[in-house]
Design a protein around this ligand. Structure first.
Ligand SMILES: *Cc1c(COP(=O)(O)O)cnc(C)c1O
Length: 433
């Protein structure tokens, strides 16, 4: 598969080149040249296929020929080494739990898949690749964990000092090996600015191969398609009209769902569930796409003012507003409404959600008011312990730490503190000795 840049001013790239570059030279996002629907026999037979077999069929066309089939099978097996269960909330609502991976965030799948692709591409290369990422919380842990021990790849993660949760900080700073955690005296935007500056710094890029690991990278974005197939396999016998409500920030996850639909997966409709960062909700009402600075909320992994993957969604619908609108609804919810939803899920259905999942649940409720005979699945994108302060306070109950989290909590933190870009540069140059 070749990929073109959505800015249309860069040469096409193979899967391998697109993964290594992350973003096209004209700063556009990469998009696959073709999308070939899976045969009807695949869907008729889905009950007999394992998750690994489903994932293999779904992603094969996007990575071939750069990743041979036997290697792809191994990568998938290693990526999907945990469960993706559905929990029933009531007759019309279920949730797909995507938090059973090592860092308990749905980003584990994309990060693990990308890490293994990069490791494969780099196995005979004497020059190491450095993955540089800024994180406001969840991305960093998933990336650090996904890349841990991958040969030929160094990972450098910047996070704002004192502004991530204790659990998130432990997940970033206790791994060591090929992972370096950098604690920046500043806010998330400062981390992001330093990363952007590094990618443009020729003194650095002439000495080292730098790449990014956020959802603009095709190897992190596309494996998220798997979730929608896994939910379908669990639900299609009992529910004919399946709608997905996706708690959305950068819109990578929901855009991957739309790719699954393009492959022929019978998804009836999508709901983009937003917190008060509501650029897309506004767009679907007013036809005006107006990015704005993000506002802080209790579902902070969705605090995005200009979702980077929305341009890919526009491409899927060929910039046809009506076509998009007939397949996508979007609602925005306040922190207050989110707290009420957390409480309702716990009191009425004995389900402990996290704030992102609660926004997804609200999206289902809003949609089902308009379409009463659909079955709505909201994606539960993080384990509630990752947002312990909010959840425990709202439901007035302490939550036991799962073993993955327990294990990192008594490890020793190791980070490098920096205050400015020159400090970062020194650290990076030290990794290429
Ligand atoms: C990243 C993240 C999201 C948003 O996903 P996008 O693909 O950026 O839309 C939602 N919930 C959690 C917990 C996340 O970490």
């Amino acid at each position: 598969m070749n990929y073109y840049s959505l800015n249309k001013k860069a040469p096409n790239a193979s899967f391998k080149a697109a993964v290594i570059k992350g973003i096209a030279p004209d700063k556009g996002l990469y998009f696959p040249e073709h999308i070939t629907r899976l045969p009807a026999s695949f869907f008729e037979n889905i009950d007999n296929l394992s998750y690994e077999e489903i994932a293999f069929e779904a992603i094969k066309q996007f990575v071939s020929p750069d990743i041979p089939e036997d290697v792809l099978k191994t990568i998938i097996a290693e990526t999907l080494s945990f469960d993706f269960p559905i929990a029933k909330i009531n007759e019309n609502v279920s949730t797909l739990e995507l938090f059973h991976g090592p860092t308990m965030a749905f980003k584990d799948v994309g990060a693990r898949f990308m890490a293994r692709c990069l490791g494969y591409f780099n196995q005979n290369n004497s020059e190491e690749v450095t993955v540089l990422v800024a994180t406001s919380g969840d991305t960093g842990g998933a990336v650090a964990n996904g890349f841990l021990g991958v040969k030929g790849v160094n990972v450098v993660i910047l996070y704002p000092s004192g502004k991530v949760s204790d659990i998130q900080e432990k997940q970033l700073t206790t791994l060591k090996q090929n992972i370096t955690a950098i604690e920046v005296d500043g806010v998330f935007d400062d981390c992001q600015d330093m990363v952007k500056r590094a990618f443009l710094d020729e003194e650095l890029t002439s000495k080292m191969q730098l790449t990014s690991a956020n959802s603009i990278n095709v190897a992190r974005w596309l494996p998220q398609m798997f979730y929608f197939f896994f939910a379908y396999k669990q639900l299609y016998k009992t529910h004919k009209k399946i709608v997905f409500s996706v708690p959305s920030g950068n819109f990578g996850n929901i855009c991957a769902g739309m790719m699954a639909q393009q492959l022929g997966l019978p998804i009836y409709h999508f709901v983009a569930s937003n917190n008060e960062n509501n650029v897309v909700t506004e767009y679907l009402t007013t036809k005006l796409y107006q990015p704005k600075p993000s506002v802080q909320t209790i579902s902070n992994a969705m605090d995005v003012g200009n979702p980077s993957n929305f341009i890919r969604i526009q491409e899927i619908y060929k910039n046809d507003f009506d076509a998009l609108k007939s397949n996508l609804s979007s609602y925005s919810f306040s922190d207050n409404a989110t707290r009420v939803a957390l409480k309702e899920l716990y009191n009425n259905f004995k389900y402990v959600a996290d704030p992102h999942g609660a926004v997804g649940y609200l999206g289902c409720k809003a949609y089902l008011k308009e379409d009463t005979n659909a079955h709505c699945v909201f994606l539960e994108t993080a384990h509630p312990t990752k947002f312990l302060d909010v959840v425990e306070e709202v439901i007035s109950k302490t939550i036991a730490l799962p073993p993955q989290i327990e294990a990192v909590m008594d490890q020793e933190k190791k980070s490098i503190s920096i205050t400015n870009y020159e400090d970062l540069k020194t650290v990076l140059l030290n990794t290429v000795s």
